[in-house]
Write a protein that binds this ligand. Structure first.
Ligand code: FES
Length: 96
């Protein structure tokens, strides 16, 4: 699991939870977790950019809402899976 200190506000971090690759996003101190795989093609979302709650994929520029996983712009049309997150004592737990 990751520490809150590893994901500064406005940044993304790719982590492994069991067999899953997870993209953590820090939006103004609130942590969100998505499957670390773009729904357009096989590419890690954690390599993208975070602007407020919008994540832009680094490959073709599709945008997603990190709070829900919803696709906001082409070329992605399908959502990415989002996961419940808990932060306790500065440690981030993702419920997969
Ligand atoms: S792989 Fe993400 S937009 Fe194409």
């Amino acid at each position: 699991m990751a520490s809150l200190d590893d994901v500064a506000p406005g940044t993304l971090l790719g982590v492994e939870v069991g067999e899953e690759r997870i993209c953590l996003a820090n939006v103004d101190g609130e942590i969100y977790a998505l499957r670390d795989n773009c729904s357009h093609q096989d590419f890690p979302l954690s390599a993208g950019e975070l602007d407020d709650a919008r994540l832009e994929c680094a490959w073709h520029g599709a945008r997603f809402d990190v709070r829900t996983g919803r696709a906001l712009s082409l070329p992605a049309i399908r959502p990415v899976r989002s996961y419940e997150v808990k932060v306790e004592g500065g440690i981030i737990f993702v419920l997969v």
